[in-house]
Write a protein that binds this ligand. Sequence first.
Ligand code: NDP
Length: 284
Amino acid sequence: MTATLIDGKGLAARLTDDLKARVARCEAAGHKPGLAVVLVGENPASQVYVRNKIRACERAGVTSIEHRLPESTTEAELLALIHDLNQDPMVDGILVQLPLPAHLSADLVIDAISPEKDVDGFHVQSAGSLLTGRPGFLPCTPYGVMKLLEEAGCDPNGKHAVVVGRSNIVGKPQALLLLEKNATVTVAHSRTPDLGAVTRQADIIVMAVGRAKMLKGDMVKPGAVIIDVGMNRDENGKLCGDVDTADVMEVAGAVTPVPGGVGPMTIAMLITNTVEAVERRLGL
Ligand code: NDP
């Protein structure tokens, strides 16, 4: 068996293009969707992510409003900006690029964002809505993973899904979304003694760890669908995921590549949430 590669880049481009019609409907109702993008400091990876998010806004016809702040920004200054953006009628979504410099509390800053503008889905109210099945913004990466499964023709209903990683932004919400789609979900993490014994039982594996190529072919059940959230550098400095793609290819049914898998989908879901924020507000 040779696994199918799930084309996240292509899917993200299609979803972003599909948003144009929804953006046009918002404009016809009197408002062009706007996303405020806040970047503090000079982290090179963050600069690339922010650039890609702004490009995706342009592609969908969403206005992006950039706020680049120096590394020395104080918590009070950043909170004051968030407060202004919460009040600004031109801003429908607020994205604070993480990680923040060490002297700033991400929890404090994220929880200062109005839940109606929390298009990253990181606010504690968004997390609570997801947990309790109420409407709210879904965190973009796990949301994108669900779209990738759909694209691969993989319905989680009745399947055994193993999520490796339990962070607040990927692993935990991912497990909840899979549960909501009626998968039987196992969450593995750094204290799981024999990871391969767990992943070998999975019909669906979501890798969200941050360790280059840790999932090997002998840890995978034949035909499993594998979604690789990880973003790492390999021994040659090349971008790679948590999955040893070449090694799992002969065993798995489908796998997302890195780059070109989950990354572009995260951005597409961010823009989707921004447009949805306007639709909710205008009752479209
Ligand atoms: P975190 O570092 O917050 O979480 C990593 C998780 O992996 C933890 O729960 C940790 O367990 C677990 N873990 C660590 N080592 C092992 C191990 N040996 N076996 C099993 N589990 C292990 O990372 P994030 O969730 O923020 O991100 C994960 C990866 O996804 C990173 O590479 C990140 O860059 C990438 N990412 C990609 C995005 C995209 O858009 N493509 C978006 C967000 C993240 P424990 O809790 O026990 O410490």
